[in-house]
Design a protein around this ligand. Structure first.
Ligand code: ADP
Ligand code: ZN
Length: 425
């Protein structure tokens, strides 16, 4: 494996023993750190009977209470911050997909840590110094644009900071500057493909797509990969861990998302009992930031569902754990007539039907306590509502109504796609 594909080769290929020893030390240190520097966390831990001096690291991790978005909300805006305001250099806020946005403050060291994680992702995707990278998530409170930017600086790329929207201009710039790397919220790629087709142009220099921010099915990745003729990478991160790319991305082997374990400690827990699950079993991801300074989360319940796939050395040479693509968010789960399902399962089933395009919406209509589901999907002529209903019945076990619409009918958004619409009638 060429060295150019690593940003920090010794760290990315360290043995699991080395990684675990480091995690253990950092975890002990972080528990002491938050108790010493934050009154809210100190109270929370004291009430749970945690004594910093007695905490032995990974073997005691389950003694620490799990925190969630609710703790951020309770302490809005900076009640969980461990540094004085004068040390904060930047802040970001979650997109608020599931309620009140979460605030994440950054010190200089935190910005460097973010850039380091992101730069590893760029190299892992094959981006080399000087490569033109077009950054298409928005630059603002949402962490996507700035995270891609900080990382691109560290990875010595040529930054084209277009931000979101104005798709025709995005395509023109990509042609004028021979963009090799695209970064975007994954559902935005559909828009790019549509506009490219309308303009009648291709992007022959584009080779790498780094997409994330939302659940994505392998069917969707495959569609993008074959249509644009590029390698597609799935990048993962969230406001609470410090933004896009902090957790990791899949490598060229596409056999799971490598999580930067020297920076984060992972657990997969049962969403109800909160007990840690064995490798291979799907549950909710719980994350601990081992190196962040302003607001290191310890045992943060992400709401994201996944499982540990492998702790073996990967074909790419990296040793960091691999997790499965996020299959859904606990707060995304839909229940209809006793059947539980996630929007991503609907997407996977729809994309199996030839002629179906990537835009769809799940309309949940509640009437006198009974919920009916309508699936609106864009497709080419020849695809019928019956075909949609039959496929979803086979795959998900219930019968929504299928409405097939001409391509371009559903609204396009620049940020995260809105897939579920709940109505009371
Ligand atoms: P929110 O969407 O909760 O308002 P953020 O803007 O911080 O907050 O987005 C982080 C969330 O986005 C993650 O917890 C996860 O649910 C989702 N996400 C980010 N990257 C991916 C990815 N590659 N695959 C699936 N989901 C992702
Ligand atoms: Zn790998």
């Amino acid at each position: 494996m060429s060295q150019e594909l690593y940003f920090k080769e010794t760290v990315e290929t360290a043995s699991q023993d080395e990684i675990i020893a480091r995690q253990n030390e950092l975890l002990k240190e972080k528990v002491r750190y938050v108790m010493a520097n934050n009154a809210y966390m100190r109270d929370l831990y004291k009430r749970a009977g945690v004594v910093a001096e007695d905490f032995r690291g990974i073997e005691d991790v389950e003694k620490l209470p799990i925190i969630a978005k609710a703790n951020f909300r309770e302490t809005y805006p900076l009640g969980m911050c461990c540094v004085p305001k004068s040390s904060i250099r930047e802040m970001h806020m979650s997109s608020g997909t599931s309620g009140t946005p979460v605030v994440m403050p950054y010190t200089i060291a935190d910005l460097e840590q973010w850039a380091d994680c992101m730069a590893r992702c760029y190299r892992m995707a094959g981006a080399k110094p000087g490569d033109p990278v077009q950054i298409m998530p928005s630059f603002g409170l949402f962490n996507g644009g700035f995270g891609m930017y900080h990382g691109a600086r560290a990875a010595e790329l040529f930054v084209i900071p277009t931000g979101s929207g104005n798709t025709e201009r995005q395509i023109r710039l990509a042609r004028d500057f021979n963009t090799r790397v695209f970064t975007a919220v994954i559902s935005y790629t559909t828009r790019i493909i549509e506009v490219m087709e309308k303009m009648g142009v291709e992007l022959p220099n584009l080779e790498i797509g780094i997409f994330g921010a939302e659940t994505v099915t392998t069917a969707m990745c495959e569609k993008i990969r074959s249509r644009l003729g590029i390698d597609v990478f799935n990048i993962y991160g969230m406001t609470e861990t410090g933004g896009v790319g902090t957790l990791g991305m899949d490598c060229c082997d596409h056999s799971g998302i490598h999580v930067w374990e020297d920076q984060y400690y992972l657990e997969v827990v049962d969403p109800i009992t909160k007990k840690v699950l064995p490798d291979g079993q799907e549950g909710e991801l719980v994350v601990t930031s081992l190196t962040r300074e302003a607001l290191p989360v310890i045992r943060f319940k992400t709401g994201d569902l996944t499982r540990i796939l492998s702790r073996e050395k990967c074909a790419c040479g990296r040793t960091h754990v691999k997790i499965d693509l996020i299959s859904g968010r606990t707060d995304d789960m839909l229940i209809v007539k006793g059947v539980n399902f996630f929007p991503s399962q609907v997407e996977q089933a729809l994309l199996e039907i030839p002629g179906v395009h990537s835009e769809y919406q799940i309309i949940m209509e509640e009437h006198n306590g009974v919920t009916d589901v309508r699936i609106l999907v864009e497709a080419e002529e020849g695809v019928t509502g019956y075909m949609v209903e039959k496929r979803l019945k086979e795959r998900l076990g219930f019968s929504p109504k299928g409405d097939v619409l001409p391509v371009g009918s559903l609204p396009r958004v620049d940020g995260k796609a809105v897939r579920v619409i709940k109505k009371k009638i």
